[in-house]
Design a protein. Structure first.
Length: 59
């Protein structure tokens, strides 16, 4: 995941290549059970935790 701290939308970042492979740009991903979003808010993580809790409570 590439975190971009620029406030304005500008041209897309140039591709990041590590060991000859291009790193995919994604909006969010799971890491150690937490959902990390590209805007670095907890909203998506909380939604996923609530969804999982409701499933376990049979709602």
């Amino acid at each position: 995941m590439i975190v971009d701290f620029r406030r304005k939308e500008s041209s897309p970042p140039s591709p990041l290549v590590i060991d000859g492979r291009t790193v995919e740009i994604v909006q969010h991903f799971k890491f150690l059970g937490s959902t990390i979003s590209s805007n670095l808010t907890w909203e998506l993580n909380v939604v996923n935790i609530v969804k999982k809790a409701l499933q376990r409570l049979y709602f």
